[in-house]
Design a protein around this ligand. Structure first.
Ligand code: G4F
Length: 292
């Protein structure tokens, strides 16, 4: 979605490509010829230096991560190498080359414990409860350190869940939409603040168009349980909801409630979320139906 937006705006877009034995570019296949790729990896500082040297970017969006919270319990070391040290690698590569791009760091609502009273905003204490959240906290803080100490233009976007038709199959929204007739889920009572990825990428871009770098919460302000989201999906298909609980999909620890207070982004970036959970479920179901 970010690449779509940047291409639409006339940017020359460069992307990092991680080596894999099979291709996983299905979400950007339609942009073939419009993105220049560089093989690189956040855990390989030399590859970052080369990619930066070849592309000489004016803006960098670091969305690279091991982004699955449950899987971070199984590969915590790798998660930390990518989500924590990877950010440091990128910032140091920028410094080594002496370039001055504006940088967006994809931060997350998983920085919060989800046990706070009321909605979470930029001032809410950060107390992550998973290897993913803890690694992302390092990324958030090191970005802030470099901004404060070296005067680098870096924004942390504290984005709450954002999903879309292109969501990966093992995140809960897509899984529900795909498996509605034989649904096996873990904890269905956690609540998430679900927004729409294309809208959130527009905000990420806007952050870098400001005069001063800052950190922003991006959220809809509405919180929905996984069970309720599944109900929206069942309604959109017109089928009864039947969920089997399968402990394979529950986590050692799970953020219970996320509900974002995005007043700062709304005011400073002049933004208002359009798509919320129910509309998101409808969009995702319609897409799946069209595919069939
Ligand atoms: O879809 P999820 O895996 O997303 P989660 O863990 O909230 O993380 C997403 O949002 C974060 C922002 O808040 C991002 F930083 C992160 O990268 C990612 O994009 O799970 C949502 C909820 C969880 O409480 C989980 O325990 O759904 C619950 N759940 C219940 N059954 C399940 C399942 N999650 C998954 N993935 N699969 C299940 O079967």
């Amino acid at each position: 979605h970010l690449a779509d937006l940047l291409v639409r705006k006339g940017y020359e877009v460069h992307g990092l490509l991680r080596r894999s034995s099979t291709f996983n570019k299905q979400n950007i296949d339609h942009l073939r010829g419009k993105i220049q790729y560089h093989y690189a990896d956040l855990t390989d500082p030399f590859s970052l230096i080369w990619a930066l040297k070849k592309s000489n970017p004016t803006e960098i969006y670091n969305l690279g991560a091991q982004s699955h919270v449950q899987i971070s319990w199984e590969i915590p070391y790798y998660t930390a190498q990518v989500d924590a040290i990877g950010v440091l690698n990128l910032l140091e590569a920028v410094r080594v080359l002496g370039i001055k791009p504006k940088i967006y760091q994809a931060s997350t609502s998983e920085l919060f414990s989800g046990r706070e009273r009321g909605a979470q905003n930029e001032k809410t204490p950060k107390d992550p409860i998973s290897p993913y959240g803890t690694s992302k906290l390092f990324g958030f803080q090191i970005a802030k350190n470099y901004r404060d100490a070296y005067g680098m233009f870096i924004c942390n976007g504290i984005l709450f869940n954002h999903d879309s038709e292109r969501r990966g199959d093992n995140f809960v929204t897509k899984k529900i939409v795909r498996d509605i007739k034989d649904l096996r889920l873990g904890n269905i009572y956690t609540k998430r603040d679900f927004g729409y990825s294309p809208e959130y990428m527009e905000i990420a871009w806007k952050m870098l168009q400001q005069d001063k770098p800052d950190d922003y919460v991006v959220a809809t302000g509405e919180t929905t349980s996984i069970k309720q989201f599944a109900q929206y999906v069942a309604d959109a298909y017109g089928v009864p909801l039947n969920i089997k609980i399968d402990l394979e999909y529950s986590r050692p620890n799970d953020v219970p409630v996320l509900k974002g207070d995005a007043r700062k982004a709304r005011k400073k970036l002049k933004w208002k979320p359009k798509v919320k959970a129910k509309e998101l479920a409808n969009l995702m179901v319609n897409y799946e139906k069209r595919k069939l």
